[in-house]
Ligand binder design. Structure first.
Ligand SMILES: NC(=O)c1ccc[n+]([C@@H]2O[C@H](COP(=O)([O-])OP(=O)(O)OC[C@H]3O[C@@H](n4cnc5c(N)ncnc54)[C@H](O)[C@@H]3O)[C@@H](O)[C@H]2O)c1
Length: 273
């Protein structure tokens, strides 16, 4: 039997109960990683499209013979974030991969109608939460040796949005806090390349998850999203999970600071009608 590609690696995934985070956790477990599944709750977002939505991510992984624990974390609560890293170190003794998938989106509204509370929440979850998670992961990575075969001391993969690359109507706070993640990726990667720590980012297009269901069920918004996506279908969580997985394999060890659009071509330009 061929060795699985993340055999024995310890991976912490935020937003792991649903959507892209869940698909990533399942893909990593399939490749032999031990998972720390972090989320607000173990149960999936009830609006999600998962076939096995009645089961938690940890239950699915364990049922399939994998190794995973759930850790309750709101990434905007720094005490909970610190506790998650302490618990990971106590349980597994190390951390190899962090995937920052948890994020906050709010229904479309014009810039003028955004309020301070919305901005504060977006900044605290999307930007400060991702930063805090990343800094604690890097501190842990720096206590560990470089894995010669893997080529790294540790890897971080962030999840931003196509809205971080080009402007979309009605989501200024979301776009700006996700654009901060894109640049945190580049600037952080420069600081830690010499440490053999890779930091990359996926910028998803429209993906069928619980977060997107409200838009996908609104015929006007759905039409706009389909029209803006050149590829003939919208995204599914595994499209994102497989790209995140690539950023964690030995083959991608010389890639750092990159933001990869996985969006069916949405950010390329204006598609044919
Ligand atoms: N679905 C899309 O079309 C789309 C497009 C671009 C980017 N994104 C981004 O993708 C990421 C994943 O979203 P998804 O579409 O899979 O949604 P989802 O609702 O299926 O999953 C998001 C998960 O994150 C968790 N979460 C939310 N806030 C959290 C917090 N403060 N701390 C910890 N966990 C938290 C939720 O409980 C949920 O389980 C998000 O960062 C989102 O902004 C989504």
């Amino acid at each position: 039997m061929s060795l699985r590609r993340l055999q024995g690696k310890v991976a912490l995934v935020t937003g792991a109960s649903s959507g892209m985070g869940r698909a990533t956790a399942l893909a990593f477990a399939h490749e032999g990683a031990f998972l720390v599944c972090c989320d607000l709750n173990p149960e999936p977002n009830p609006n999600g499209y998962e076939d096995d939505i009645s089961e938690t991510t940890v239950d699915v992984i364990v049922k399939n013979g994998g190794n995973a624990i759930f850790q309750k974390v709101d990434i905007s609560n720094f005490e909970q974030v610190e506790a998650a890293f302490e618990h990971t170190a106590e349980t597994f003794g190390c951390l190899d991969i962090l995937v920052n998938c948890a994020g906050f989106w709010a229904p479309f509204r014009k810039f003028v109608d955004e309020d301070d509370e919305l901005w504060s929440r977006m900044l605290q979850i999307n930007t400060a939460g991702t930063s805090k998670m990343s800094r604690l992961a890097i501190r842990q990575f720096l206590t560990q040796e470089v894995d010669e075969h893997w080529g790294s001391r540790g890897r971080i993969v962030n999840v931003s949005s196509c809205a971080a690359n080009i402007a979309y109507a009605g989501e200024v706070a979301y776009s700006a806090t996700k654009a901060a993640i894109n640049h945190m990726t580049r600037a952080g990667a420069i600081d830690h390349a010499r440490d053999y720590i890779n930091i990359n980012c996926i910028a998803p297009g429209v993906v069928a998850t619980g977060m997107a269901r409200g838009n996908l069920e609104n015929q006007d918004i759905l039409k706009t999203m389909r029209g803006a996506t050149p590829w003939p279908r919208l995204g599914v969580p595994n499209d994102i999970a497989q790209a995140i997985l690539f950023f964690c394999l030995p083959e991608s060890q010389w890639i750092t600071g990159q933001v990869l659009s996985v969006d069916g071509g949405m950010t390329l330009g204006v598609p044919a009608g």
